[in-house]
Design a protein around this ligand. Structure first.
Ligand code: UDP
Length: 384
């Protein structure tokens, strides 16, 4: 008998996302593979989502992400309104076997608070789990609500109550990993790339300083706060400084951006992003936070580009030092490692991605977790 999963993508962005959208991208990658494995998917999202599914419903006509720039008291009802729609569906129908939830904090709290008649829940933790200590530290989902992480290191640092609900972790994946080892070898240039939101945790300031000191060309790709293109940030005026990531960029990164040795190219997407990464000598992650899942890390491997990084968060799980990248605990050493990464074989990186980080591998793992969550909830269902 086929299983029906309510995939709760939340109200923030359509699926697939129009540009940047980590969680929505994961869902867009996962759902086609689940359906291939015979899972029926009911998507809770916004009207503008175009991902093929068996059924969909929404509360909002389009993504509410940009509203998050407004004060809390104007936006605190958005996620709740979406979740209220999910709860209405769960009350109105009896064909949902499991809810796979991706809505930060509100999804977990609301679904845990539902009565024992609600279906089992798997809530995927896409975030830094040092957040929401009051919620995570006292979570009680009984037998019905379980969580999974996106890396072992992320879960290892989680509060005990959250870990008690854990059924393990599932690494992120990328469609770029499919047959990555069979594509023609990429032509390599000289540049190093940092791909990601520009913010202190991702360490673009460190990268820029190292590039100038160690003497390698550096391309910084990614948005600065809400600004995706250098021209948009330049046109934004002084108000833009209210955003902390804008302040970080202007104060710590921009002084090193000379348009030659260090360039900021804004957000790159599609073919442009893939070519930029595939032709790089290395992708650099000078992390100052515990990277929870690292989509850009697995994308780099899939595109045949070794990773040079501080060995924080999930990096040691994803990268094998000396084979698919170089890791260090000392950020001052990163410059030397970039220069030492040349001999690492792009084909090793792509082979690793093709084995470990494909959408099919991720979907298979989620189906195993759905089974597990169902089994753990079964005593409750049998007793009901
Ligand atoms: N990304 C992109 N263009 C950019 C910068 C980032 O497409 O200019 C994508 C990147 O390829 C990855 C995602 O944004 O798919 C970032 O996800 P990751 O898990 O690396 O970081 P997060 O922002 O979720 O912490």
């Amino acid at each position: 008998m086929s299983r029906t999963v309510l995939m709760n993508a939340g109200p923030w962005l359509s699926v697939p996302p129009p540009g940047y959208g980590g969680i929505e991208n994961v869902i867009a990658t996962l759902v086609p593979e689940l359906r291939r494995l015979g899972v029926r998917v009911v998507l809770a999202s916004v009207d503008t989502s175009t991902l093929p599914v068996d059924e969909r419903f929404s509360v909002f006509p389009d993504g509410q992400f940009s509203a998050l720039q407004r004060p809390y008291n104007q936006v605190c009802g958005l996620a709740q309104a979406h979740l209220a729609g999910v709860v209405r569906q769960l009350h109105a129908r009896d064909d949902i076997d499991l809810v796979h939830d991706h809505v930060e904090a509100v999804g977990l709290a609301t679904l845990a608070a539902m009565g024992p008649d609600a279906p089992p829940v798997l809530h995927t933790l896409h975030w830094d789990l040092a957040k929401h200590p009051a919620l995570y530290g006292q979570l009680d989902g009984g037998d019905r609500v379980r969580v999974n992480g996106v890396s072992a290191s992320q879960l290892a640092r989680a509060p005990q109550a959250l870990r008690d609900h854990s059924v393990g972790h599932v690494h992120l994946s990328t469609p770029l990993a499919v047959d990555a080892d069979r594509r023609p070898r990429p032509l390599k240039g000289d540049h190093v790339v940092v791909l990601g939101r520009i913010n202190p945790g991702k360490g673009q300031d460190v990268a820029a300083r190292l590039a100038r000191r160690a003497g390698f060309p550096l391309v910084l790709a990614g948005p600065v706060g809400p600004y995706h293109r250098p021209a948009d940030l330049a046109a934004a005026g002084a108000d833009a400084r209210q955003n902390p990531d804008v302040r970080f960029f202007l104060d710590e990164v921009a002084p090193h951006v000379d348009g030659d040795r260090v360039r900021w190219v804004g957000t790159v997407a599609g073919r442009e992003r893939d070519d930029l990464v595939a032709s790089a000598r290395a992708m650099l992650f000078p992390l100052r936070w515990e990277e929870p899942g690292g989509t850009a890390v697995v994308e780099s491997l899939a595109l045949g580009t070794p990773v040079v990084a501080t060995g924080r968060g999930c990096l040691p799980e994803l990268i094998e030092h000396g084979r698919t990248g170089l890791l260090t605990d000392d950020e001052d050493q990163l410059g030397e490692l970039v220069l030492a990464a040349g001999p690492l074989d792009p084909q090793e990186c792509r082979r690793e991605a093709a084995v470990r980080f494909t959408p099919a591998v991720m979907a298979q793992r989620y189906v195993e977790l759905y089974d597990r969550v169902g089994q753990l909830a079964a005593p409750r269902l049998l007793a009901a």
